[in-house]
Design a protein around this ligand. Sequence first.
Ligand code: SI3
Length: 301
Amino acid sequence: MELKKYLGVIPAFYACYDDAGNISPERTRALARYLLGKGVKGLYVGGSSGECIYQSVQERKVILENVMAEVGGKLTVIAHVACNNTLDSQELARHAESLKVDAIAAIPPIYFHLPPYGIAEYWNDISAAAPNTDFIIYNIPQLAGVALTPALLAEMQKNPRVIGVKNSSMPTQDIQMWKDQGGPDFVVMNGPDEQFVSGLAMGATGGIGGTFAVMPELFLKVWGLFYAGKVAEAAAVQNDICRIIYKMCSAHGNLYAVVKAILKKHGCDIGSVRKPLPALIDSDLTVVDEASAMIDAAIAK
Ligand SMILES: CC(=O)N[C@@H]([C@@H](O)[C@H](O)[C@H](O)CO)[C@@H](O)CC(=O)C(=O)O
């Protein structure tokens, strides 16, 4: 495992739909090219921001195949492969390994809140389906309903393929705990975009986020300032990022419908969101324009 693969800004990749709401291979490749051009470190494909939970196994395969065709070998690619059952998750893990992704990731089992031994078995079953691929635990208790604990991590550390945690829980203290328990080569990625700078301060290896792709320049700016020792300036950019996120979240439509509308304004049309995520309504267009202007202003500073 090379830690440096994960040292940086890794946008969560969005679901690219055509105007009929089907997965669009062309738009998928266009977004991958767009983000490659922005100078990001990698892509996190098929996660929450990728609306994976609303796609079929076959659709998720098509997305990953097109991302890898476009940027495989040029960017670090982490494929989120978890589904709501073990068998489908294993199929996606095998498929991801066949495409030679850098790592796979998995949320814990959702809906039923399983005991730690059930979660460990689910993760190890998925990892066993991709025996030559690094495995990253995805801790997102606010959506998954169950949280990673030091004891569960200790159990997972027995699996040599487990190289780290994507930590989307809100306490940045969790980043400190996983990093301290995992050691200096253990990858811990900051999940909440609203606290990227604090996650870095607590020892995060890099960041994976759902709003990175709509304003990569700002997260790259935070990264550069932080590692130049200019933490106060990094925090000021973080403030801009937070205000932009709050503005985008003020729409009636889902956050990802807003970010896709902003990307379309910037020439990258990847459709909208899939039901049951609410699409934009007319009054949201003001939110889109205001948030887009805030992004442009923050980048120009
Ligand atoms: C709960 C949640 O969705 N968290 C996001 C954040 O990036 C989030 O979109 C952002 O902080 C805005 O609230 C990520 O941690 C998860 C993510 O990007 C993904 O799995 O695609």
